[in-house]
Design a protein around this ligand. Sequence first.
Ligand code: HT7
Ligand code: ZN
Length: 836
Amino acid sequence: NQAVHLKDYAPVPVTVTHVDLTFRLDPQATRVLARLTCERRGPGDMVLDGEALRTIRVALDGAEIAPEIEGDRMILRDAPDAFVLETEVEIAPERNTELSGLYISGGMYCTQCEAEGFRRITWMLDRPDVMATYDVRIESDLPVLLSNGDEVAQGVWRDPWPKPTYLFALVAGDLVAEADTFTTSEGREVALNVWVRPGDEGRTSYAMDALKRSMAWDERVYGRAYDLSVFNIVAVDDFNMGAMENKGLNIFNSRYVLASPETATDADYANIERIVAHEYFHNWTGNRITCRDWFQLCLKEGLTVFRDQQFMQDMRSQAVQRIGDVMTLRARQFREDAGPLAHPVRPESFVEINNFYTATVYEKGAEVIGMLRRIVGAEGYDRAVALYFARHDGEACTVEDWLACFEEACDVDLAQFKLWYSQAGTPHVEVRDSFNDGLYRIDMKQVVPPTPGQPDKAPMAIPLAFGLLDTAGNEIRETEVHVMTQAEEHLTFEMAERPVLSMLRGFSGPVMLDHPMEDVDRLRLLAQDTDPFCRWEAGRRLAKERLIAAIGEDVALDADWLDAVAALATDATADPAFRALALALPSEDDLAGSLHEAGVVPDPDAIYAARRHAQMAMAERLSSAIPALRDACATAGQYDPRAEDAGKRALSATLLRLQTFLDGGAAARAAYDAADNMTDRMAAFACLLEAGDESVAARFESDWRHDRLVMDKWFAAQVSHAAPRDAVDVAKRLTAHSLFDPANPNRVRSVLGALTAANPAGFHAPDGRGYRFYADWLLRLDGMNPQLSARLSTAFETWRRYDADRQALISAQLDRIAATDGLSRDLSEMIGRIRG
Ligand code: HT7
Ligand code: ZN
């Protein structure tokens, strides 16, 4: 398993400018005829990629040749300056369980080509810097035949925009569409379709609405209009990730398209909105301007995540979205950055590129764009991005191309800023403040911790947004941004009295802030800070400190904190969504990570117990208020997925959870019976499972057996809300359920993903049965779907946090996996990196 290195990038000596494809579809023996128009660009052999292909014929300028094939490469030596290469291959979509290339899901043919799936369809230069126009003919009796671009005739498609192979797509099946239109700012009438399997119609209107809002937003905010006469979205049940931005033919995991009030939760609706927008935004950031090589993945992904975050802030509450994005970043990316899988936003080498679709590339990549925007300002950002689109449209670019646009448009030197792309690890920023004789001083120190392969780090350019409050809670200095560039710096201010520092407003940089503060000041920020992120953060710090103090100890939670919690819960002037976020305690994994950071070995059972202890204390403190508070959360009229109503439901669910601690599930039972939408139903279901209700799972199952997306929730909830001692047995039982299908990634994630992410005390059972069960499944899945097994293996990335016994148990499983014959390149790279 050879690593590929960024430093070894070289352009192709012979490129492909146009691709003609004919597909004769058959589940076991699809024929693919390719006609590649090739042009020489420099000296050297043409090396084509092909994987799992049965090659039938190869011809150069019409004359059949005997190709030189070595494993997955076909080598053409002495190719002429311009020529046409024809190939005919046979592939078997029905046997494709990897869900990469052309495969069959729910009776429909579909493709997934990013990152390197096109080579599983036909011979080609399967790399993003080879951009070609495409003509595609699909021969099949199936009624709906789709590919990229515009439809020329039934099953015949032409894509006039040069694109890399990873954006190719084909879909064929018995499908139905919700159709609509959108007229672009340039006057182009675009046909919009959301295609689903018969039976799923009626659940597409939210996705369609999100698509139209995304198109309008990209025109208004970024000046980017759509460029074809049709935009198709297809929902597919078996899918490795969330969705894929193929040119003009986005393919989605059906869970990110299908929604109705009865079957989808508010979180599902929000995900659909975000992911539809994300894939649509790729049309410019990814498709029109693509990546030169896979090391530049953050160029399209970090930027597109940043754009989808901006979109969601515009569509919903800015504060709540930002807090949610920071929670995700900390839960996934900080965890990744602190362990053996840490890597830079732009990695320098990889064995399997699919292993680098990570929180670091996506979420930290988006934070880097956000910092850039803070440093150059909103107008500078707009100028730089406009220059990027004008200069690089139709090109395959690098991070350097992107940064050069900022340097030119904003006249800044980004040499130090560029370290954000190459240095892994989350910077720690230590802040200490003091007040003496009318002088207020802030001392700042930054340390970037060592990460695998990077023992020493240089100081980074960190934008620190901060404001100052007086001790009565009034803002005396509005938000300003200090860009820290040295390892140690300080700021001074003359003022009459000691202020309260509100630091890292809006979470202005992806750093860990160490800023000790008196409780009274944190309580002041929680009650009064004008910056909602810092308000929420103050509450979170207070909660975390108390939880950490309570872990393993039987300490009472102090009245001041409980009063602050109660004040927030009952503050009718605050946004209910914000209140729900502020009442939620840090997760078990978050606490384990914080303990580890502080040099303490986390005990998953003690963490679980401490959280429950705190929830019980909150419940008791709020007990008399909960019924009225929940009544005030009632929404008027029919279910509406908009943020305002979703916020009320979220607060109501948080309170119901607390109430369940007091009444053993009586209120939850009533809520379950009364629920007229899936958000309320799932909230009550979770409470009942935690309360040990023995009949609710069977009742849910008999009501929803027919619905695969709802059943994913049923599987996940039972594992997530099992008592830790039962969690592995529940997961085992569910993997033996007749509806458990290891070929379906959503179903697999709903059991295995739920165990590791939502029930850490269960997964980390001290006798190691969680680890054994999980490793057994990784090995089993690896034979079917290596992308899935490799991704799931990240559950072990935190193994060095734990005690010696647990480490030995996990290490034994990692060794067992590593020693297994025939391990995929994907999983073997991951296990190798995790073992360190
Ligand atoms: N660009 C896509 C990333 C992707 C993917 C999607 C589905 C299946 C396999 C995949 N490999 C990579 C999704 C996105 O970021 O928009
Ligand atoms: Zn993306």
